[in-house]
Write a protein of this length. Structure first.
Length: 166
């Protein structure tokens, strides 16, 4: 353990590398400019009313946009969207191309994804350098059927059916 590493930090990181998560892209329009990033922290909060949450670092280049906007989009990704996930995780020209359009409330909507939701920000809870954002859904569309894109062990993956029937 290094001097700067908190107790159990390595254990924490290793445990969450073993926890498979769905891959999504968060988008916002801020000052007439699109922003977006890949996220694995998206979670359903409630069905009535429909709400989701996501977490992000407040040191992110996208944080000022998320912190100062009223509407946010979340896009669930399928296996065929791996290049898009990479583009929004590492790319600098994330909105260069025809893979998106302006959607409801001016939020960028990505094309050919498993589905998207647009929501109104209900709360931003800041804790140290991180934030939890709560969003209430106001619009959305489900895309085609297919396998979800997962992130596990530092790499993209897909679910594999088990030989088990209920």
């Amino acid at each position: 353990m290094t001097d700067n590493e908190a107790p159990f930090e390595r254990t924490f990181k290793e445990m969450f590398r073993r926890h498979a998560a769905g891959v999504a892209i968060i988008t916002v329009n801020y000052q007439d400019r699109p922003f977006g990033f890949t996220a694995t922290s998206v979670a359903s909060l409630s069905a009535k009313p429909p709400r989701f949450t996501f977490n992000m670092a407040r040191s992110s280049r996208s944080w000022p946009a998320v912190a100062n906007t009223t509407h946010i989009g979340v896009h669930m990704l399928g296996l065929e969207n791996q290049a898009l996930a990479d583009k929004f995780a590492r790319g600098t020209n994330r909105f260069e191309g025809d893979h998106w359009e302006v959607g409801p409330h001016g939020v960028p909507v990505l094309k050919d994804v498993a589905g998207w939701l647009i929501g109104e920000v209900q709360m931003r809870l800041s804790f140290e350098n991180n934030a939890v954002v709560v969003v209430q859904v106001v619009d959305g569309q489900v895309g085609g059927e297919g396998s979800p894109l997962l992130y596990h062990g530092g790499a993209y993956g897909q679910p594999v059916p088990l030989d088990y029937e209920i």
